[in-house]
Design a protein. Structure first.
Length: 389
């Protein structure tokens, strides 16, 4: 996720009262959004299962830079780079922070957003509500599913008017119980990010969303921008899945695609990465966002990994079955006259696999040939006398 998830915004957990006041966003930005099932895993208002291949999500975050045309160009680039889904962020700065200075709301002193007040950062990164409908429709036209992370209850109501197919709960919103309750009331599938969550936070979130649900996916995440490899702790993604009996994925803030590919090998059903046209454009999230060629490399690496993972069943690949014929077997290595005993002097285990299996060597040694055998003959049982002959 982008800047609204940065843990330096609050030190004692988000206060639900900070996101319930103020007027709700307007919903007069256009007609209904795309079909909830466009490119998605199933019915957007009921249980679902993920498709066989990993869903690759391109996150717009603040990389629109306040320019609608750039946002639309970015969606086109996402589609050309192989993204399956597009994720937006839907929030108002005043629902995330107070427009104040001081120790809690003053400029940050470190990190990628040093020198910016949280309120100013969120103002800079917010995606205008008036753009949402157009971006939802464009994503659908490009064959991608568009969904969003709402950061307050009013944002959920707004996104419902657009037919948002599912909701992502940002890492630092996992304890925002009123937001979770509003999301749960929609019946839409939920993608729950755990970047700054304790196991107790996850338990509370699942209790609020509904324990009986099968349409919640847990995302392993580290809320650091960018994330050092040593802080990823990717194996815990598997632990999340087994502990809660839910599908898992990765919201990845590391540089490159190494960690994302490893997550797919460990069973991730969804990978989310920030996307930008050019990092040179700058912006709050530029430093840890992928450019189009990098995202395409991620897509290609993930798809190759999926092909390589195959099935849990032990089966021989067609190429290996063919190669097996080139394995070892028992051949006649020197001329053998009918009635002559077979010995290590006239039969050997060599390639290819046209003769008897090597395990039969001891059984044939000492028996007599039933006919004349030329060197290079694949030995068969019809060439060998019975034990007592």
């Amino acid at each position: 996720m982008s800047n609204p998830e940065d843990p330096s915004v609050t030190t004692g957990g988000p206060d639900p009262s900070a996101t319930t006041g103020g007027p709700g966003p307007s919903v007069t930005t256009g007609g209904p959004g795309p079909s909830a099932t466009t490119g998605g895993p199933g019915d957007a208002r009921g249980p679902r299962s993920w498709p066989a291949r990993t869903v690759l999500v391109a996150e717009l975050s603040a990389n629109h830079q306040g320019d609608l045309e750039r946002a639309k160009d970015t969606l086109h680039a996402m589609q050309a780079s192989g993204a399956d889904w597009v994720k937006l962020q839907t929030y108002r700065p005043e629902s995330l922070a107070l427009d104040l200075d001081g120790p809690h709301f003053g400029p940050r002193t470190s990190g990628p957003w040093a020198g910016l007040r949280p309120f100013d950062l969120y103002t800079r990164g917010a995606l205008p509500l008036a753009w949402h409908a157009e971006l939802f429709a464009l994503a659908a036209a490009l064959g991608m599913t568009c969904f969003s992370s709402p950061f307050d209850e009013q944002a959920v109501d707004f996104l419902e008017q657009l037919g948002c197919p599912c909701y992502k709960v940002a890492s630092l919103e996992i304890t925002h119980v009123p937001l979770l309750e509003r999301i749960a009331a929609t019946g839409a599938p939920v993608i729950l990010s755990t970047g700054a969550a304790t196991l107790g936070d996850i338990e509370l979130a699942l209790d609020t969303l509904g324990r009986e649900r099968s349409d919640i996916t847990l995302l392993k995440c580290t809320t650091a921008y960018p994330t050092p490899f040593a802080e990823v702790n990717l194996r815990s993604m598997v632990t999340l899945g087994t502990s809660f009996g839910l599908p898992v994925g990765l919201s990845d803030h590391t540089l490159g695609h190494t960690v994302a590919v490893a997550a797919v090998a460990l069973g991730a059903r969804l990978i989310e990465k920030h996307f930008i046209l050019e990092r040179a454009h700058g912006g709050p999230d530029a430093a840890f966002s992928m450019e189009p060629a990098e995202f395409r490399a991620l897509v290609d690496a993930v798809r190759a990994t999926e092909d390589a993972l195959g099935s849990e069943r032990y089966v021989m690949a067609p190429s290996s079955a063919e190669a097996r014929l080139r394995g070892r077997s028992i051949f006649v290595s020197a001329a053998v006259a009918a009635g002559e005993p077979l010995s290590e002097a006239n039969v050997r285990i060599v390639r290819p696999g046209a003769g008897l299996h090597p395990r039969h060597l001891r059984a044939v040694l000492g028996r007599r040939a039933r006919e004349d055998l030329a060197p290079g003959t694949p030995l068969a049982w019809q060439h060998v006398s019975a034990p007592d002959d």
